[in-house]
Design a protein around this ligand. Sequence first.
Ligand code: SAJ
Length: 449
Amino acid sequence: MSDVDLAERIAARQAEVGVVGLGYVGLAAAASIAAAGHRVTGVELRPERVAAVNAGRCPLDGDEPGMAELIADMVSRGRLRATADHAELARCGVVLVCVETPVGDDHRPRHQALRAACESIGPVLAQGALVVIESTVAPGTTTGLVLPVLERTGGGVEGERFHLGHCPERVMPGRLLGNMRAMDRVLGARSTGGAAAMRALYGSFVAGRLDDADPLTAELVKTAENAYRDVEIAFANQLALICERAGADVWRVRELVNRSPGRNVLLPGSGVGGHCIPKDPWLLASVLGEDADGSLLAAARRLNDSMPARCADLAAELLQECMVPLEGARLVVLGFSYLEESGDVRGSPTAAMLPLLASRGCSVTVHDPFVPAHVGDPLEAATGADCAIVMVAHRAYRQLDLDALARAMRRPLLVDTRAVLEPAALARAGFTWRRLGVGSDLPVASRAV
Ligand code: SAJ
């Protein structure tokens, strides 16, 4: 298959597309590409996921607007099917790789799943097919790991036996299909033929900009955009810790800083969770080898990962100031997911904080309107509590009846790590409270309990 043929066949919807890995990214890609008129075969190791897709169901947790309907429609039209057999990729002119690329406890990239996928793809790959890595990988991985595995197992060199590219995904849980269609994409291709084929494919379902680059640039762009966000959040958290020590109010400080042109201090908070932001800075920093741990990126990661402990300390300090023994204190933690209005608990800062409270002898009740294990009436969860800790800026917490909350609790003490509750309303309801990033010797409406 010549380069031009492949691009033309893709544009004419005559090249079947394989998608390896039907997780958040792979499923959104498979459904979107099928919706653009291509035939798509998803390859997935988990049999229950293969069965769900072939039954026209969406196997993903959480609410993904339009996904279930689109999968059902594409499967019924015969444009999308799933299998566990990599051999079926032999029919495909394009193969997307959307497998997990985690980092270990040592913060080093774990590419086992990626390597295994490439080992399975190489032997069955059609002559001249395009392989695109969509997974977020450490810079240098596409050429340093994927290329040699595919050349060895495919029995030929890139540019002749197959084309290789990297097009990092930019999708967020809860907005998968919308992001898949709207977000700009970077086409990291190794050859002009590969670039033409990538542009033919992504141009068929992406409404955003398509920017040409090489694979290394594309890897750097993806890991850098998330590392940048992590450093921005770390700055906000660092400023919060400084304001606490200085006896100032970070929420007012950041508001005034952001009046300055070109400034945009993000929001301090209880920590940084999710699947992307905590991981991608380590993928980027891995380029530094032994120097990674001393990098700005590592410092930002350590600071953001220290925030759940700071939240536990705030509760301990407040209880101490109000002469409530920590041992045996009953706490209610409001928010378990990593992000407001979401049930996604990956990297939950609350999950990191709970053992720290337990080690101090506190008993804890957790509430979260989006996490099945913790749903219910927040007032019920707060019944008899000595202190409440707001960890996630869920809308439901902004709308809490604070008088009713104070009545339900044994003591009206509260820590607000996301500045979701108005101080005046807390004072009116008789609370004594601490806000993350606000010095404890600032005048507060009431300290007596
Ligand atoms: N967070 C803060 N303060 C902030 C912003 C976020 O503490 O000012 C915390 C959140 O509470 C959460 C974590 O950081 O625990 C991550 O939040 P996020 O808003 O970055 O949301 P994510 O994890 O879904 O990040 C995704 C990323 N998108 C992709 O990887 C395609 C990220 O690049 C986006 O910038 C982000 O969504 C977004 O803007 O929504």
